[in-house]
Design a protein around this ligand. Structure first.
Ligand SMILES: [Zn+2]
Length: 402
């Protein structure tokens, strides 16, 4: 998982040279050791990392000064006594993640130790996807408030529902937002009042990472995450790493031609999967209208389904269409776990049984592992949380100083 996060950060510009580069790499080595293997004394850290004890001592001192780590003062240290455990704290060092979607902007601030410091969702004007100025305004406001509270924001990552360039800086195509070739990373870096390395990633990729590192699929190295918003995208985790494909565009499953051939998709084509199972297709099926966010909308639909057989029947139909696509993806990718996010979560009891039956029927052989369908445990903030992890990845890769 963390290799995938490190890869996300590898494109961050401004890498130093010479001794500063070596120093950052050594700092990153110690931070990664504390994160993956837990607290350790300076002696243990030297053993774990292969660094000289004097080097570890200097770095731990610097990290303490920067409030990235703490040492347990209650444990006495000295000749013949156990050393003080060094623990990753980093409450003041923040990675900032945003998700921009058709009807909301979500934000998560994550500290270096993986604790969520801020989480919020802002609806945008109904019927109008957010424009770039709106996102820039929200991002600057939240970043400024964190800095005013004494935090250091080391980076920002924006999750978007669409194709992102291989260098993680440009939104190539996001049809549901109406964004085309938007230099979003540069726009945000220009708007932030001081330097803040910024990257862009696909929303499903970010959510898949978040579920695999914090959520419902932490026990699996091979999982598939499906967004449940107006559009449908997949984040594919294979052997603990994101599968990105040759151009970085793997997972655009919403446009697989397996939907109702008469339904028009946001991409302009007929018959895409998301034109049959996206949020608005679901609402057409049940005859209801959209609320502020996908989850609020789906919660209202679930409440109606409790007392309305027609709504339950429509959701079962949708579950079957969902199952057809899941079966297709499972045949190709053979995941252990399929995680449904977004609007699917409140409607799980109405759509998952039908989807599971289709999956079981369509699996080519009983010998194939039947993937387990699970509901996201991170809800609508999954993509923003994964984006915040991505924003911290530069620190853990030694590309961003702390
Ligand atoms: Zn389409």
């Amino acid at each position: 998982m963390y290799e995938a996060l490190d890869r996300m950060s590898s494109q961050i510009a401004g890498a130093p040279t010479g001794t500063e580069h070596v120093r950052r790499q050594n700092i990153a080595l110690i931070l990664r050791s504390l994160r993956t293997e837990g607290p350790a004394t300076r002696t243990e850290l030297a053993r774990r990392t292969g660094l000289a004890k004097a080097t570890v001592g200097t770095i731990v001192g610097d990290l303490r000064a920067g409030r990235a780590v703490s040492e347990d003062e209650s444990v006495s240290s000295g000749r013949g006594r156990p050393g003080r455990p060094v623990t990753l704290t980093g409450e003041s060092i923040i990675g900032l993640g945003f998700e921009v979607n058709v009807d909301y902007i979500a934000a998560v601030a994550l500290d270096l130790a993986g604790t969520v410091k801020l989480i919020e969702t802002r609806p945008v004007t109904a019927g109008h996807p957010p424009d770039i100025e709106q996102l820039v305004g929200v991002a600057c406001e939240i970043r400024d408030s964190l800095i005013a509270d004494g935090h250091t924001v080391v980076g920002a990552t924006i999750a978007v529902p669409g194709l992102v360039s291989h260098d993680n800086r440009t939104v190539v195509w996001a049809p549901n937002l109406g964004w085309d070739d938007v230099k979003l990373a540069s726009d945000l870096e220009d708007a932030f009042r001081d330097p803040c390395p910024t990257t862009i990633d696909n929303d499903a990729n970010c959510a898949a990472l978040a579920e695999a590192s914090h959520g419902i699929s932490t026990d699996s190295a091979s999982s598939l995450y499906l967004t449940g918003t107006v559009g449908i995208g997949a984040g594919i985790i294979e052997d603990g790493r994101l599968l990105r494909g040759g151009s970085g565009f793997a997972g655009e499953v919403g446009h697989m031609p397996i939907g109702d051939p008469t339904s028009v998709c946001g991409c302009g084509r007929l018959g895409c999967w998301e034109a049959s199972i996206g949020l608005r297709a679901m609402l057409r099926g049940v005859g209801m209208s959209e609320h502020e966010t996908p989850v609020k909308t789906a919660t209202a639909v679930a409440a109606r389904a409790e007392r309305d057989q027609g709504v339950r029947d429509a959701l079962e139909d949708l579950g079957r269409d969902l199952g057809t696509g899941i079966a297709t993806l499972a045949t190709v990718l053979n995941p252990e776990v399929i995680v449904l996010g977004g609007y699917f979560v409140p409607l799980g009891e109405y759509v998952v049984p039908a989807a599971g039956r289709v999956l079981e029927e369509r699996l080519p052989s009983a010998a194939m592992h039947l993937p387990e369908i699970r509901l996201s445990s991170l809800g609508i903030h999954a993509a923003a949380l994964g984006a915040a992890e991505g924003a911290l990845a530069g620190v853990y890769a030694g590309n961003v100083p702390v």
